[in-house]
Design a protein around this ligand. Structure first.
Ligand SMILES: [Zn+2]
Length: 376
């Protein structure tokens, strides 16, 4: 048994106390005072654990982002954490942190306050034993992941450029590590038709809603499940009254792809859509937001290293992929070997059933600490 794992198991009660404090502090992305207070709490915890606050990335509207550095190695391992959640203010008061059957529950407990806790305790274990990884370890704590990281993205990419490895503390659905994630595109389609009285002179109108219906079919037909491509029209609106041939309609489109090449191809095809009916106009905007985090040989080697560490600790860990993006996508797209899903062992992200397995907290912290020590 590794001394780090033994130590972390002895810290489990303290870990849960801290997690309770974090989960009971709401930190919705759009509430700057709340998310800033959460960030401050984390900065204090990480600096107590021996990290140095090396940059505050101040934001006017979103919460600030923070860079914390442990050790002084020449090269860098980047560890990504986000402390915003999808839950509104008051959520934690309604259903506060609680423990049931070996699980901890509450808003953000898995996505990803449990993951941040794992990062913190990996650091505490290193500090406790006076161990320093060969690389300096840079923790990036960001506050806007749940809305696509509009303000943290440049910070993540700048740190990613300097990194030899990237580890992401997003949760794992009951065990496996994440070695790939799909890229995500967002598009908006605005349709303008020609309005007319639906009863008196319908032949003079061109319906934007009919056009929308035709475009939706073309868009959904682009889905290619074996290739990992999905196109989903998730939001539609249009028209003013039932007795008017509709002048306006609109759709919001979600695209998922496994490879950069597919992302480029599908973006081209979506932006090139043409109206089916003369007299209709289409205006399509958007593109890939998070590029795909592709499985690469270097990424797989990183996974194998983590798997070796897990076996040394007495358990096995598999690998998986996800249709959902994370901030790991930004760094993986730069060609940096990236491993995700190193955070909380649990499930129910963004759902009322969200939980983290308590035994997973020391286990995953030990995995992370030993992995940081073994990367060369
Ligand atoms: Zn997350």
């Amino acid at each position: 048994m590794s001394q780090i794992y033994t130590y972390l198991k002895s810290q489990q009660a303290e870990m849960l106390n801290r997690l309770e404090q974090w989960v009971n502090h709401d930190s919705p992305t759009f509430n700057k005072p709340a998310v800033d207070a959460m960030g401050q709490m984390l900065v204090e915890a990480f600096t107590e654990a021996g990290a140095q606050l090396t940059a505050v990335h101040e934001q006017a509207e979103m919460g600030h982002h923070y860079t914390l550095t442990y050790g002084q190695g020449q090269s860098q391992i980047l560890v990504l954490c986000h402390f915003d959640t999808v839950w509104p203010m008051g959520e934690a008061r309604q259903r506060p942190f609680r423990i049931e059957n070996g699980k901890a529950l509450g808003p953000g407990v898995h996505d990803m306050k449990g993951g941040i806790l794992i990062g913190l305790y990996a650091l505490k274990a290193l500090q406790h034993f006076g161990l320093t990884p060969r690389h300096r370890v840079v923790f990036l704590l960001t506050s806007d992941e749940e809305i696509g990281s509009p303000t943290s993205r440049p910070v993540i990419e700048a740190e990613g450029q300097k990194s030899s490895y990237c580890l992401v503390l997003e949760g794992s659905l009951d065990g496996p590590l994440t070695t790939w994630r799909k890229g995500v595109g967002r598009f908006d389609m605005q349709i303008t038709g020609i309005p007319a009285h639906a009863g008196v002179e319908p032949e003079k109108g061109v319906s934007a809603i009919e056009e929308l219906a035709r475009q939706i079919q073309k868009l959904h037909a682009m889905t290619d499940l074996p290739r990992g491509i999905t196109v989903n029209v998730g939001v539609v609106s249009g028209g003013e009254r039932s007795n008017i041939v509709a002048r306006h309609a609109r759709a919001e489109i979600d695209l998922r792809v496994k490879t950069r090449q597919d992302g480029e191809e599908l973006t081209r095809r979506i932006l090139a859509l043409q109206p089916e009916q003369p007299g209709c106009q289409l205006k399509i905007t958007g593109g890939i937001n998070r590029g795909p985090f592709e499985e690469t040989p270097a990424g797989l080697a990183l996974f194998e290293k983590a798997r070796g560490v897990a076996r040394m600790l007495g358990f096995d860990v598999g690998k998986t992929g996800s249709g959902g993006g994370s901030d790991g996508n930004f760094v993986a797209a730069l060609g940096v070997p990236t491993l995700d899903g190193l955070g909380s062992l649990g499930g129910g992200a963004h759902a009322l059933t969200e939980f983290t397995r308590i035994e997973g907290l020391p286990q995953r912290a030990a995995l992370l600490a030993e992995l940081l020590l073994q990367l060369d």
